[in-house]
Structures are given as structure tokens and as C-alpha cells.
Design a binder for this molecule. Structure first.
Ligand SMILES: *Cc1c(COP(=O)(O)O)cnc(C)c1O
Length: 389
């Protein structure tokens, strides 16, 4: 074990090439117009949920995702919940998602009063295994007039939520083809994938509607924040309405036509976001350069390999990923201890969601590939600053 840990630390030291004694997993960067734009909000008094930065942020986020509409939200979880609701998810429906994702994906489904239905992941993309999902649906689903139904639970299976793990795109052509054949809606969880491309098309613009996150640990941050992006103007309009307490537009009257939410992003956060978006192309470039350095440094490492973007994809490499060999994975926790003690902030992948107490009774497919990946994945320090030449 010692020699594996030492070899790992040597490579991390080479790649990160800094004298800092603590290297975070992912540090935010504020090197553009952040101060000026946030100050502008304070100077003008436009700090809350209406303001020119919100409008601008929504336009720019939509443009980056190659779609017509953006709706800014308080965080990615809220954005995903609203995306699911406006896409037509109803209480009691089942929504398919990978078990290998951050818990927010399942929480958003739960908040939309639907039931997470866990599917397996593919070791080539780290996203949903579409072939395995098709085999699973063949086995458990029947078509009825109300839609696709899980014959084991009697619930309607309404949507699939692919998640682009660590910025690497899911195989969306295959998934979209499967979904249209089964009549299922695709709601992308693109929280980790702003700036990533699948066959030239931006993540966030690959399904019917998508959710993004701008939490402090994401590639671009608004402090806390999220957004919905979609080409469908009706869905965008409804998302904005629902997230603004469902208030009917009127110069002074308070009329609300359904039970809405207070989920809109404040202008002060959007100002931070506008400044951050200006830096996205450069940030993606540096993160890709860092990923190349990891790849080169680990080329002769005998105990695992650096995960690389799938074919025909351009990943933002939000988090770099080491996939340990089976033997090295036996000592994963000791390796993590050693790395973190020596100042390299490294993390295991999230614990699989079907094993979390709150979701352990949810419907699920065979999840063998995800179980295998869970044991073997370590995320390595990935701040864009480390990729600066
Ligand atoms: C960050 C993240 C979210 C949620 O975003 P918040 O802004 O933290 O609510 C959802 N899904 C995935 C996969 C994420 O990584």
C-alpha cells in the first residue's frame, strides 16, 4: 500500500506543481469582473430576484447550452425539481436516474413528489448505461394508455434523468433514441457539465429540458445558484412562473394561480455569474490541459488509470478521476487517508444512492457496474488554476 500511496503522491506533486501545503479538490476562481458587477448591484440597489444581471445571465446560459431559453434559480436542486414538474412529472410517477450521482438528483425527484428508479452506469462514459437500461425496461415495463408502466410497482415511468458525471457526456444519441421509442421525457442533470460537448452539441441542450448548478464547487459559480435551459418556450415560461410564487403579472395586485415556489436567483448572484461566464472558455481550456497532464503522468501507473472523455465528446473535466485497479481498490480508504493527510484533497465518488437509507427501498435495475466503479473511483485536485501553464 505504502508504495502505491507514494507513487500516487509523487504524481500528484508533479502534476499540481505548487509549493502550497493544501491543494483543494476544486477551488472557485474570481479573476474577472466579479467585484465590479457585484458592486454595481449594491450601488444601484438591485440585489434581489429582479434585475438586469438575472436577464443577462439567463440569456448567456441559454446561449452557452445552444438553446433558446434560460431560467435562473436559487440552486441546481430547485432547478431540477422545477424542470421535472414543468416537463410533466406527476406525483407517484417513477423517474429513472443513475444510482451513481450526487444525492441532489434523487432529492429533486423526491421534491417533485415522484419516485427515483435507479439504473446502472457505463464504465466508458460514467453515465447511464443505455443498453442495460433498455434490457431493464424490456423486463419490467409495459405500455398502457396512461404511458409506460412499471409492472412491478404499477407506477408510470415518465422521465429519465441522465447525469453527465464529472463533466463527461452521457451517450445521448442512444438515450434519446431509447426514450423516444418508449415515449419517455429526458430531463438532463447537466449540473457538472457546463461547457462540455457531445458530438459538437453543448450539454444542457441534449434533451427536452435541463438543469444546471452554479454552486461554489462547480466550474462556474454564483455562490449558490442554478438554471433551467430549454428550447421549449412553454416550459420556460411555466418554470419562471412556478418559481416566482406563481404570481399572475399585474401592476399591483397579488394573485397567485397555483401553489408556487420562491426559487428565483437573486440579481447579486447573477452578477457574480455574468462575470464568471466570461471566463468559462478559458477555464475549460485550462481544465482540459490539467487533465492531459494527469493522463501523461499516470500513463505508467500500474494501479489504475485516469478516466478520459468518451469518443466524440469534449469534456469540461470538472473533476479529474482516477479509476483504481481491483487490487488497489482494496486499500482505497487507506490511500484516501494518506493523500488527504499530505494535503492533496481527494475524494471517493458519492456513495451509491440505492444504498442511502432514504432511498434504499426505491425500485432499481441491476447495478453491478456502478457498484464496481464506486469501489474504484477517486477524484483528484482539479481547480482550473492548476492547469495554468
Ligand atoms: C451540484 C449538483 C446538483 C445540485 O446542485 P446544487 O446547486 O448544489 O443544488 C445536482 N446534481 C448534480 C449531479 C450535482 O453535481
Amino acid at each position: 500500500m505504502d508504495t502505491i500511496a507514494q507513487s500516487l503522491m509523487q504524481r500528484l506533486a508533479d502534476v499540481t506543481a505548487t509549493s502550497d501545503d493544501f491543494i483543494p479538490l476544486h477551488a472557485p476562481e474570481f479573476s474577472g469582473s466579479e467585484w465590479a458587477m457585484v458592486k454595481d448591484c449594491l450601488d444601484t440597489g438591485w440585489v434581489s430576484s429582479v434585475g438586469s444581471y438575472v436577464d443577462r445571465f439567463e440569456r448567456e446560459v441559454a446561449e452557452l447550452c445552444g438553446v433558446a431559453h434560460g431560467v435562473a434559480m436559487v440552486n441546481g436542486t430547485a432547478a431540477l425539481q422545477i424542470a421535472l414538474e414543468v416537463a410533466g412529472v406527476k406525483p407517484g410517477d417513477e423517474v429513472i436516474l443513475p444510482t451513481m450521482t450526487f444525492i441532489a438528483t434523487a432529492n429533486a425527484i423526491h421534491h417533485a413528489r415522484a419516485v427515483p428508479h435507479f439504473a446502472d452506469s457505463d464504465s466508458v462514459t460514467l453515465g447511464l448505461d443505455v443498453d442495460a437500461l433498455e434490457a431493464h425496461l424490456e423486463r419490467i415495463a409495459v405500455r398502457e394508455t396512461r404511458g409506460l408502466v412499471n409492472r412491478e410497482t404499477g407506477a408510470r415511468i415518465f422521465a429519465i434523468v441522465p447525469m453527465h458525471t464529472f463533466g463527461h457526456p452521457t451517450d445521448m444519441d442512444k438515450l434519446n433514441e431509447l426514450a423516444s421509442r418508449y415515449g419517455i421525457v429526458i430531463v438532463e442533470d447537466a449540473a457538472e457539465a457546463l461547457g462540455s460537448r457531445y458530438k459538437g452539441q453543448a450539454c444542457g441542450g441534449l434533451g427536452h429540458i435541463a438543469a444546471l448548478s452554479f454552486n461554489g464547487n462547480k466550474i462556474v459559480t454564483t455562490g449558490g445558484g442554478g438554471a433551467i435551459v430549454t428550447n421549449n418556450s412553454e416550459l420556460a415560461k411555466r418554470a419562471k412562473h412556478l418559481s416566482t410564487t406563481a404570481k399572475v403579472a399585474h401592476p399591483w395586485a397579488f394573485k397567485h394561480d397555483e401553489v408556487g415556489y420562491n426559487y428565483r436567483m437573486p440579481n447579486i448572484n447573477a452578477a457574480l455569474g455574468c462575470a464568471q461566464l466570461e471566463q468559462l472558455p478559458d477555464r475549460v481550456m485550462r481544465k482540459r490541459a490539467l487533465a492531459e497532464r494527469y493522463h501523461a503522468s499516470f500513463a505508467d501507473f500500474d494501479h489504475g488509470s485516469i478516466f478520459r472523455e468518451p469518443a466524440e465528446c469534449e469534456s469540461n473535466y470538472w473533476l479529474n478521476t482516477l479509476i483504481l485497479s481491483n487490487e488497489a481498490a482494496e486499500n482505497r480508504d487507506d490511500l484516501l487517508d494518506a493523500l488527504n493527510k499530505s494535503g492533496f484533497q481527494c475524494r471517493p465518488i458519492w456513495s451509491l444512492l440505492h444504498k442511502q437509507d432514504v432511498y434504499k427501498n426505491c425500485p432499481r435495475a441491476n447495478l453491478q457496474a456502478a457498484e464496481d466503479l464506486e469501489r474504484r473511483i477517486i477524484n483528484l485536485p482539479s481547480s482550473a488554476i492548476l492547469g495554468t501553464a
